[in-house]
Design a binder for this molecule. Structure first.
Ligand SMILES: [Fe+2]
Length: 87
């Protein structure tokens, strides 16, 4: 996760077209979301067998991470990537 955050920080510091940079920042944010989805998915599966209340909480968090990823995808596909391509 620290490496993913550093990648995002490097993207922020890059010079260049703002729209392309926005597209790159969305991609960086999605890498973080995908890491979180993998991590929460794993512990959610473990919790299903040992801790039902923990499992419910982790399931909710996993769904929130998936929703965040979906929102970022929609933002990229419907707007930011098109602006970046036109730049
Ligand atoms: Fe997240």
């Amino acid at each position: 996760m620290q490496g993913l955050i550093e990648e995002g920080e490097e993207t922020i510091q890059q010079k260049g077209d703002a729209d392309v940079k926005d597209a790159a920042l969305i991609a960086a944010a999605q890498r973080v979301e995908h890491y979180e989805i993998a991590a929460y998915g794993t512990v959610c599966e473990y919790a299903q067998h040992v801790d039902q209340s923990g499992h419910r909480m982790l399931s909710e968090t996993l769904e929130e991470e998936k929703e965040a990823d979906s929102k970022l995808t929609k933002l990229a596909v419907n707007s930011i990537n098109k602006k970046a391509e036109a730049s």
